[in-house]
Design a protein around this ligand. Sequence first.
Ligand code: MCA
Ligand code: AMP
Length: 360
Amino acid sequence: MVTPDLEVVGGTRRVVGGDAGPAALALDAAQPDDVALIAYTSGTTGAPKGAVLTHGNLLANSESIALTWRWDAEDRLVHALPIFHGHGLCVALYTSLLVGSSVVLLARFDADAVLDACAAHRATMFFGVPTMYHRLAASSRVGELARLRLAVSGSAPLSADLHGAIAGSAGTQVLERYGMTETLMTLSNPYEGERRPGTVGFPFPGVEARVEDDGALFVRGPTVFSGYWERPAATSESFLDGWFRTGDLGVVEDGYVRLLGRSTELIISGGYNVYPAEVEDVLLGHSSVAEVAVTGAPSEEWGEVVCAWVVPDGSSSPDVAALLAYAAERLAPYKRPRRVHFVDSLPRNSLGKVRRSELR
Ligand code: MCA
Ligand code: AMP
């Protein structure tokens, strides 16, 4: 086995030289525009699209995060996020690797396990989705978050109430930031200065953001991907004059961006994305369903939960349990409806399209 040398460069441990051989050299040869990662994200039709991220995108993302959040080699991050998404992989893990800091990897999120790990490893940082903060806030140990220098929330909206609850019981001002798989991290509340509850702050270094009159949020900068893998039409639809159309709606208040929802029908449950079309297609396959529309219903714990509005086909009496069992065999747990409403008909516009806003 080859043992590479370790060199300390400005506090960062790097593997250099030794007789590590051609494999190590090949890694170093990657150019900024070379493809590093194809991250799959669902589309409005439910069909996954591969977001092509380059080495340059990943590096820009980690460098701007480290700079903005004052992340250095002394930091210790408690990590309980899935590493198959940008949050757990590109924000938490890659930045730790770039900076040369330490990570305590937990197999899954559990409020006690996170707080135990913070204490046992003298952690300085925790990153989570709002559902995790909701569970931490409900714990009698929430005050222990005070030992961290930084707690970050992202992937879904952190309500001002939850922000306030954690500030009230732990004294911690959770730092909320915003990003997407396609753009990596683009907006962040400040490390120093006011972290304004209910907002996602300002652009990261090198990133530009703009909100149109209709609220559409556009971003551009070195973290923004180059396009979807082998999907030129989807790629050109998502850019306007070089700016990426996020699909999120916002407003700028004193320079802070406040998100107001999405222009698409995406449901975000516990930080996971659910596209109504995929759930509707499955439910339509059940013999008792004539028509169905799926929406997100507000939930304090999950942000949103999946809600199905079903027009029964009339041949048998509606059976929620049977429908949920059918869905459970075909959908990942976070995509399954938590609520089912039987209705006589779905509200539709003159073109026949379901008016989801009337169902919510
Ligand atoms: C689990 N369940 C869910 C979810 N997760 N239901 C709805 N929404 C969910 N997100 C189901 C379980 O399957 C189970 O169903 C029931 O809920 C209770 O499970 P529980 O044990 O309480 O849940 P858990 O396993 O503790 O998971 C909760 C979680 C998890 C830890 C909050 O959802 C999670 O890790 N979310 C993070 C997702 C994330 O990293 N997203 C980033 C993507 P049953 O009772 O039927 O068995 S966005 C991104 O990456 C961009 C770049 C960004 O901006 O960050
Ligand atoms: P994904 O496509 O899985 O990368 O999810 C990206 C989406 O997550 C964004 O388009 C937003 O809708 C949402 N998101 C990420 N961070 C936040 C946040 N801090 N507040 C509200 N929504 C967020």
